[in-house]
Structure formats: C-alpha cells, structure tokens
Design a protein around this ligand. Structure first.
Ligand code: NAD
Length: 295
C-alpha cells in the first residue's frame, strides 16, 4: 500500500480520498477549506497544515483542483518538498498547455508525473468507478495505475505529457455537440407530433444512436436514470460543460484546429449559463432549444 498525499478535497477530491483510505492506503490530505479537511478526517485521512507539509515522505501526490492556475501554483509549492523519484498525478480538468508546463516542472525536480483527468462525475467519484485518461511516460503511468484503480474502473494511457487532458476535452466536445443535436431532434419531433418514446425507439437503435440518447436521454421517460426524470438536477452541471468547451476552444485556437460546431456549442451553453442555468444538468439544454421556437 502506498503513502499518498491528496490536495483538493472538493466534490470530487473528497470522495476520491475516502476511497483511497478504504483501499488501505495511508493518506494525508489538505484543502484550503476547513469543512473539507474535517470531512476527509472523518473519512480516515490524516490532515496536514499545508500542501507542502502533506507531501513530505509521500510516494504519490494527487491534486484535484479547479483550474490550471491552481494546479501550477500547488505543484510549484509541493515539488521542492517531494522525494526525488516519487510520483505526482493531477486529476483536475485543465488546459493542455498548463498540463504540459506542470509535467516540465516535475521533471525539473526529478519527480515522475501523470495528467489523469476523469470522467464519471461525483457519482463515479463516490462509487470508485471513474474513468482516468492518462498522459505521461510509460514508467510514470505504470506507477500511477495501481493507485488509480482504487478510485476508478477504467484507466487508459492516452500518450505523453498532456494526452489525458487532450482526450478529455475532445470527448467532452463530442458530448456537448451531440447533446444539443439530440435536444434539437426531440424538439423537432414534438413539433411534428412524434412521441418522445417513438423517436427514442428508432434513434436509439438506428444511425442517430449515441450516448446522449441511450444513456442520458434529455426528455423524461425513455431512460429512467437520466436527469430529465429528476428536474435536470446534475449529474454534470452546465457550467462545467461551459468550462470544458472553453478549454476545447482554447486548445483548438492554440493548435490551429478549426472546430465550428465545438465553437457554436460553447456559445449555446454560455447563453444557457448566463440565463441562470449554470447549476442545471447540461442535458437541460433541451429547454433552451425548445424556448428558441417561442422567440
Ligand atoms: P470543487 O470546487 O468542489 O473542489 C476543488 C477544491 O480545491 C476545493 O475544495 C478548493 O478549496 C480546493 N483548492 C483550491 N485551491 C487550492 C489550493 N491552493 N490548495 C488546496 N486546495 C485548494 O471542484 P470539483 O467538482 O471537485 O472538481 C475538481 C476538478 O475536477 C475540476 O477541474 C473539475 O473540472 C474536474 N471535474 C469535475 C467533475 C464534477 O462532476 N464535479 C467531473 C469531472 C471532472
């Protein structure tokens, strides 16, 4: 079992820390927020007074923070205090450039590094069923895999530094675009007098089939577990979709890719968020699409 430091005990990091403790690892944790530290303590982690104090003597350090600037700031603080040859993993969703900068910083301090963003949301974090998309050298990935398995069920090595973040934003760009497309199709069906169930029965087994229909259908009824049956309670909140689509656009601009549908999806979700729906599940975008017809 490993000696692990976990920094960032929010909606995702809190339950991930609890699962590491459950799996038998020795975990020392830190967050700026006292309530999150107290929760981690009651889940069985030791609490440190700072990020730098938490990483002393750790084999593995994991960060789960809001954005690239937080990750770079925490990695700058902890890397000098880490043991040479130890491993640092960032599971936050951040921009590819910051992820690559973080890898370079770790290399400078003789520390192995992996970017390992997740999909699966808070439900997956609690149930230890997250998917980890990993970027980094083979040796770093091999060291990270067993500990990631305590928090997830699918661990994919996507390539070198930043490849995990690249996979995450490409996947979520597909998801953002496809959820709007599915919403448009259900709204058109309503106008044509076609029932939700009839469209679902056809599209879920025809060429329109996709995850946004079969697992997360944005109208109540056909998929009982989807947020549409629960007042669009997240799930995955629309403001997080805005974050990921913005990261995808930033990456496209930097890399010279042209992604017109990704850009339009970002604008549509930004309008939904600006209208006060940031905390609504992202599949609630169908309500925005439906409202357009009334304008
Ligand atoms: P959150 O805001 O609940 O948690 C972030 C935590 O980081 C907070 O507790 C905050 O106090 C702490 N923090 C910030 N700066 C710090 C510092 N300098 N030192 C120590 N702690 C610090 O966010 P979350 O929902 O847990 O998400 C974390 C990351 O995971 C984000 O990058 C998010 O995009 C990504 N993500 C979230 C979900 C989701 O469904 N919530 C799903 C997939 C990926």
């Amino acid at each position: 079992m490993a000696t692990i430091a976990f920094i960032g005990l929010g909606n995702m990091g809190g339950p991930m820390t609890a699962n590491l403790v459950k799996a038998g690892h020795k975990v020392t944790a830190f967050d700026l927020v006292e309530a999150s530290r107290n929760q981690a303590k009651s889940d069985g982690a030791a609490i440190a007074e700072s990020s730098a104090a938490a990483v002393k003597g750790a084999d593995i350090v994991i960060t789960m923070l809001p954005a690239g600037k937080h990750v770079l700031s925490v990695w700058n603080e902890v890397l000098p205090a880490m043991t040479k040859g130890a491993l640092i993993i960032d599971s936050s969703t951040i921009d590819v450039e910051s992820a690559r900068e973080a890898h370079a910083l770790a290399a400078k301090h003789g520390v192995l590094s992996v970017d390992a963003p997740v999909s699966g949301g808070t439900g997956g974090a609690k149930a230890a069923t997250l998917t980890f998309m990993c970027g980094g050298e083979d040796k770093a990935f091999a060291a990270a895999k067993p500990v990631l398995e305590s928090m997830g069920k699918k661990i994919v090595h996507c390539g070198g530094a930043g490849a995990g973040q690249a996979a995450k934003i490409c996947n979520n760009m597909i998801l953002g675009i496809s959820m709007i497309g599915v919403g448009e199709a259900f709204v058109l069906a309503e106008k044509l007098g076609l029932s939700h169930q009839a469209l679902f029965d056809v599209a879920s087994t025809s060429s329109g089939q996709c995850w946004a229909i079969t697992s997360y259908c944005p109208v109540p009824g056909p998929v009982p577990a989807s947020p549409a049956n629960n007042g669009y309670k997240p799930g995955f909140a629309a403001n997080l979709m805005v974050k990921d689509l913005t990261l995808a656009q930033d990456a496209a601009n930097t890399a010279g890719a042209v992604t017109p549908l990704g850009k339009h999806a970002q604008e549509i979700y930004q309008a939904f968020d600006a209208a006060g729906n940031g905390g609504v599940d992202f599949s609630g975008i169908i309500q925005h699409v439906r409202a357009l017809a009334g304008k």
